[in-house]
Design a protein around this ligand. Structure first.
Ligand SMILES: Cc1ncc(COP(=O)(O)O)c(C=O)c1O
Length: 393
């Protein structure tokens, strides 16, 4: 099918329609809130039922459940070009990164660098390290609302322990140039720590090739899973110097050791785990990742890029004002659009069965492999009927 309203024409492959059919929400609504919550698929419903069945049938099948966690580690490792022993399953991005922070002695290299596009939960966690000697250094956007790699030059020196960035900004969808930032961090002797939550599941990312030392992400958004699971990658070469003081039995070499006179951390990245894992979310999230892999991240990224380009064109044609960079290389799966009253705009679109979210004065539209040009046209038509809520040139 061809969308003709814009100068950009996009043909929807049959595979996209087939994928969309697996997500019941599209029978009633247009789901464009993927940067907040991916849509629920039949595959995830089945996985969740499988968990409930195992509980009903077997009572306490912890070995089966822990086996699922191992499958999730392996599947995610494969997705980002890592090894399974470099992956930990954590309850949230905040906890995953705190587990890293709990290893750090800030005396030698006290500075942590983060930029204004970081997710607040991550910045709170770094700020909180000040009590233990950390020094915060901030990087701000330029006049165009972008953060180019050169913006990091002024704050990088031998005092910096790590540079913490979000791959894609949750507010305006700006995608940072990770390889360039990695080179700068490494030249200063610092690690690159990446929060990939606003991108994972929407485009391929190879941690080794990109120069990422530590990566964390969660599964509720483009990975199509449930809340309660975050994934943490730690480059294996860093393990000898990272010993978390946030720990628990699932971070031990042998979780079933049950000896209270010692602490023997796991030799691999599972040392960054702590208490009982969120088993239902692990079932859901593994199913979500497998569903993404069944399409392939290159295919997903190419489709999402076509949709974001189409939406940017349509906004331009209709006089709406995007807050997202015009350069496609600086965009992720999200387009943010200026609003006079973002909360009212989200509520009005919800009333019209279009599911979006808002931040920082923008409504946020985020695509997945199940969205179509027709979703974009429906969005534009509805935005045109909301003159008091949406900024227009
Ligand atoms: C970029 C980013 N990082 C982290 C989070 C959430 O982190 P946590 O798992 O600690 O709730 C979000 C949630 O929207 C996010 O957008």
């Amino acid at each position: 099918m061809k969308a003709t309203a814009s100068s950009t024409s996009v043909n929807t492959p049959a595979e996209v329609f087939a994928f969309r059919k697996q997500f019941p929400i599209f029978e009633n609504k247009i789901h464009l809130a993927n940067n907040s919550k991916g849509a629920l698929s039949q595959a995830v419903i089945l996985a969740h039922q499988e968990y409930l069945e195992s509980w009903k049938r077997d009572g306490a099948p912890w070995h089966t459940w822990v086996g699922k966690q191992e499958s999730l580690r392996a599947s995610f490792a494969e997705m980002i070009g890592a090894k399974p022993h470099e992956i930990a399953v954590c309850p949230s991005v905040s906890v995953a990164l705190y587990s890293i922070a709990s290893c750090l002695d800030w005396r030698e290299r006290p500075a942590v660098v983060f930029d204004d596009f970081s997710f607040p939960s991550v910045t709170y966690m770094w700020h909180a390290q000040a009590i233990r000697g950390a020094e915060i250094r901030r990087v701000h956007p330029d006049g165009k609302g972008e953060i180019p790699p050169e913006a990091f030059d002024a704050v990088l020196d031998e005092g910096v322990r790590l540079v913490s960035v979000a791959h894609v900004c949750y507010k305006n969808g700006h995608r940072l140039d990770l390889p360039a930032i990695a080179r700068k961090a490494h030249n200063a002797g610092a690690w690159l720590v990446v929060d990939d939550y606003q991108s994972s599941g929407s485009r391929p990312l190879n941690v080794r090739q990109t120069g990422i030392d530590i990566l964390t992400t969660g599964t509720v958004k483009f990975m199509l899973g449930s809340a309660g699971v975050a994934l943490l990658y730690v480059r294996e070469e860093l393990l000898p110097e990272l010993h978390p003081t946030l720990t628990g039995w699932f971070g031990q070499k042998n979780p079933e050791d049950f000896q209270i006179d010692r602490h023997i951390e796991a030799p691999d990245a599972t040392r960054f785990q702590n208490g009982t894992p969120a088993i239902p979310a692990i079932y859901d999230s593994l199913a979500g990742i497998e569903q993404i892999k069944s399409v392939g991240l290159n295919t997903i990224a190419s489709w999402i890029d076509q949709l974001t380009a189409l939406l940017m064109d349509r906004l331009q044609e209709e006089g709406f004002v995007p807050a997202t960079p015009a350069d496609p290389r600086k965009r992720g799966p999200q387009v943010a659009i200026r609003s006079y009253d973002m909360d009212a705009a989200v509520a009005e679109l919800a009333r019209r069965n279009i599911c979006v979210t808002s931040r920082d004065g923008n409504i946020r539209i985020a695509f997945h492999y199940y969205n179509t040009p027709e979703d974009i046209e429906a969005l534009i038509e509805n935005l045109k009927q909301m003159p008091k809520l949406m900024v227009r040139r």
